[in-house]
Ligand binder design. Sequence first.
Ligand code: S3P
Length: 173
Amino acid sequence: MKNLVLFGFMGSGKSTVGRLVAAELNLRFVDMDRLIEEREHRSVGDIFQKDGERRFREIEHHLVRELSEQQGLVIATGGGVILNPENVERFSRSAVVIGLRVDGATAFARTKTHGHRPLLKTQNPLESIGQLLEERGPLYEALPHVVESSNRSAAEVALDVVEIYLEQVAGPH
Ligand code: S3P
């Protein structure tokens, strides 16, 4: 079975939705950030702090290359995987790629109680979210499929994602 790759901003629900979708489709779920942390034996925050964002992006990119060679996975990317066009291109070659759309207020509400995201450890996280969304919004929107996640439950979003995936793997009727 083709991989299903979820892109989207922090707080768009990639991991929660990805888990539900994987269970529904009977595919294996991979959370890129968690896998990087397991392999590196340290947190994403630690990698950013000690080695810098650039190093994290390299690790991320290597994992994209590895995972795009595999099959039968539901992959929750990190929010910044979209930044490298080669990442999007690699996944798009063999997977169904879906973006989850989230507005700034929802992203803030969903992330504010978790302190682990290095890019939101700023004086004004809501403002940082606005800036990042301005930069990245057009990249997420350019993906072949985009599902709205603001003001919707993970279960609702997962239903849409499953439908798109099944349509895509079935091919044109
Ligand atoms: C990042 C998003 C995070 C994580 C890292 C950088 C980003 O993942 O990869 O903190 O650049 O948007 P989530 O989208 O799962 O929070």
